[in-house]
Design a protein around this ligand. Structure first.
Ligand SMILES: [Zn+2]
Length: 143
């Protein structure tokens, strides 16, 4: 349910694990083992043994991100934006422009010089339209 929020938390540099809705016991155990705060819409988790449970009630991911960052007092470090893979949370590494030829759309290759790659899922990233959106969201959050 909160997949979009999860991806955006990773984009702004927050170490975020994602669990599909399943046995809540597993989610609680993981939160304890990895010392993670549970962010959920599932009210049943509210009184669980987890370290901390944060219940989201907004529907819009931008509002959810704002709510999460503000209420959990998370500091977003602009230097850490775009260092994690939005899909799998792995840290990204810089990728040589020559190596991405043929792997990204031609117009992207022609208009961008900096690429990064996830060493886990091998997805390639570049600062395109996402950057604009990130800037907008960060401005919005910090208001
Ligand atoms: Zn990845």
């Amino acid at each position: 349910m909160l997949g979009r929020l999860c991806r955006w938390m990773r984009i702004v540099g927050i170490d975020t694990a994602y669990h599909r809705p399943e046995n809540n016991i597993n989610i609680v155990l993981r939160s304890l083992k990895e010392k993670r705060i549970i962010i959920t819409r599932d009210l049943k988790l509210k009184n669980s043994a987890a370290l901390k449970v944060f219940i989201i009630d907004n529907d819009d991911f931008r509002q959810q991100l704002k709510e999460t960052v503000n209420k959990l007092d998370i500091k977003i470090d602009p230097d850490k934006v775009f260092i994690r893979c939005p899909e799998c949370n792995t840290k990204l590494v810089g990728e040589d422009k020559k190596k991405v030829k043929g792997k990204v759309p031609d117009y992207i290759y022609k208009t961008h010089d900096k690429f990064s790659k996830c060493v886990n899922c091998e997805k390639l990233y570049w600062k395109g339209t996402h950057q604009e959106m990130v800037n907008k969201i960060l401005r919005d959050i910090q208001k």
